[in-house]
Design a protein around this ligand. Sequence first.
Ligand SMILES: C[S@@+](CC[C@H](N)C(=O)[O-])C[C@H]1O[C@@H](n2cnc3c(N)ncnc32)[C@H](O)[C@@H]1O
Length: 246
Amino acid sequence: MQKVRDEEKRRAVRETYGRIAKAGAAGCGCDCSPAASGYSEAERRGLPEGADMALGSGNPLAIAALEPGETVLDLGSGGGIDCFLAAGRVGAAGRVVGVDMTPEMVSKARENAAKAGAANVEFRLGEIEHLPVADASVDVILSNCVINLSPDKPAVYRDAYRVLKPGGRLAISDVVATVELPDEARGDLARHAACVSGAASLAELRRFLCEDAADTDSYPRMDARRLHVGVRVSCGRIIEAVKPEA
Ligand SMILES: C[S@@+](CC[C@H](N)C(=O)[O-])C[C@H]1O[C@@H](n2cnc3c(N)ncnc32)[C@H](O)[C@@H]1O
């Protein structure tokens, strides 16, 4: 029964973002405004037209400290805004991969990449719980207002851990629940798809990241000392973590 419910949530999310991609609309329905997202004017100006769809809850690049040559993965890349910004920072020697489960979004992001002539960015269709990405191949994972939409958040963090290289980093902006949401809100598909009712609490996030992500004895857990969860933007939360070297 829970699996059926999870599939309904995925379908609602896919339909919502498919519509947004086709309409070229701005905003997902939560209160995050473009002004609150933390991108500078210079960052916005450099984007291909149509990439900034005002769907993020913050600016994960602000904490990612990207270096030239790094490989970056963006979970739920939408129209590609953070991928294009990351591409400029990692340069021609680096690589950026965006993964999104909504076919219309992936098409839109690919059109945007063609417009921008961005040769070091690619977009793959897939679910962030089952990433189409090789083990230990990524330096930095970005995500912006996406993981709240997943019906299986522990699976997202487990797969993120799998694809990160030892020492790899997570830099995530997402909506976090600061109060217990009533069941009625939790079960509302429209609010779920609008990034309102699917959010995990900080305590749940800490558990998913630091305890559940590495679930075998042969893998070290995420380094809790380096996990930082704090308020950096008005409506979203920033989550940083580092996969230990060994
Ligand atoms: C609120 S939008 C954010 C898009 C982008 N990160 C941005 O900041 O503009 C959420 C995106 O995540 C995608 N998405 C949601 N759940 C997903 C999942 N489980 N796997 C892959 N993509 C997902 C949606 O299709 C949509 O494009």
